[in-house]
Design a protein around this ligand. Sequence first.
Ligand code: CP
Length: 324
Amino acid sequence: MNLKGRDFISTQDWSKEELIAALDKSAELKEKFKKGIPHRELQDKTNFLIFFDKSTRTRNSFEAGMTQLGGHAHFIESQTSQIAHGESPKDMGIILSSYGHGIAIRHDLVPGEGNRYMREVAKWADKPVYNMQCDVDHPFQMMADLMTIREIFGSNLQGKKIAVSWAYAPSYAKPMSVPQGLIMLMTRFGMDVVLAHPPEYTLMDEPMAHAKQNAAENGGSFTVVDSMDEAFKDADIVYPKSWGIQSLFGEPEKALEISKKYKNWICDEDKMKLTKPNSIYMHCLPADRGYEVTDAVIDGPHSVIYQEAENRLHTAKGIMALTM
Ligand code: CP
């Protein structure tokens, strides 16, 4: 399978076979990293990382990943580049792809903007474009999540129940791309995906439509409920996290006021008792401890957050090595 030159903007853009090949490559590179076996498969290559938002895991997994693969990553902060003066995505795509071998972009804060921006860059770039999180999807996070789930439950995920639930967080209106990415990807692997949220926290139409279709095509199911308890009941995997209200990303104070009605949407030990005994707790991080989740859960026996975060490195490397 030749994936050289391919963009990775949404998991929906790749076939299941291509996604599995990427997971296999990630596992191979994880093993080599753990054993100290050199794997400089991108020697002298450059990946440009453009950030319109903050990051810990994504930036550092891409930067460390490029170094370990023998290449280099350039950190570009949108506000200190000519993007802040209005330089077009077309010019960014053509010019940066003439200087190096890949362009990765995080543009996740404004619904309707980020995915469109990176697809425009990709239209003009003749090198792969990578989505480090947009308004619609967070595909590298999704691949790390799927890798973690397969490491724990095996590759046959048919019938495994995953609860993707909204949770209260006072810090900021988090993007919708993680729950949207989860419902799109996990339905492709035959899982029973249950999405739970209060009425104001609906997701975008396009990922919802993909989730329904993926479930129908892959033998799983996709259900929407309005109760965290209902979603957690007999779940194998729980993924409770906060996200913002689609129409209120420009009005954070109004959104925060509405969210205060739902402070009881917290993942605590009582909620975890509803799940299967060997269930796992996942979160892409950063988590609002004490709000989205109690310390007892996130630091407790069900939590796999550090394995999940580590797999960001291996999946970033796997996909870059296959495509760049
Ligand atoms: N999960 C995730 O994308 O983390 P960062 O925002 O720190 O990159």
